[in-house]
Write a protein that binds this ligand. Structure first.
Ligand SMILES: [Zn+2]
Length: 144
């Protein structure tokens, strides 16, 4: 959106308070090139769209929007939580633990005898099984 301040040449309505903007007073004009569609994506619009605000209303609205954004930011900090039923979450956690045990055993085997290929293959296939199973419980974690 392009934004500028200009003098009101003909009486307009403020997009924020919906009151008239008096002729010859200052106002903020915003020209939109894109809009947010229902899916939340920013898409180009065919024609530009202009909005007008009282200077005070623009500032007021800007503060409200800024507060909203910072409130959202603190809500969404960190990894988004998976939406899982209690049972699915329990199953997922069990698979995470089981994998951690297998990873630990692989490390132990490698330390004790790096040539124990049979043991490593066996443990490796367990890792693969766990990976296959966790797909049904929220998907494979990125770090796997
Ligand atoms: Zn206004």
């Amino acid at each position: 959106m392009d934004v500028w301040i200009t003098t009101c040449r003909k009486k307009s309505k403020c997009a924020y308070c919906e009151q008239d903007i008096i002729k010859e007073s200052h106002m903020v004009v915003g020209k939109y090139w894109r809009k947010i569609n229902p899916a939340g994506e920013s898409v180009a619009i065919r024609w530009t769209l202009k909005r007008r605000w009282h200077i005070e209303c623009w500032v007021e609205n800007g503060k409200i929007q800024a507060d909203k954004v910072s409130a959202q930011r603190s809500d969404t900090r960190g990894r988004p939580r998976l939406v899982l039923s209690d049972n699915d979450r329990l199953m997922r956690n069990r698979l995470m633990v089981r994998r951690a045990v297998v990873v630990y055993r692989i490390r132990k085997v490698q330390e004790a005898n790096p040539y124990d290929i049979d043991a490593l293959v066996k443990l490796g296939s367990k890792l693969y099984d766990i990976k296959e199973k966790i797909i049904d419980y929220g998907g494979v974690p990125k770090s796997w």
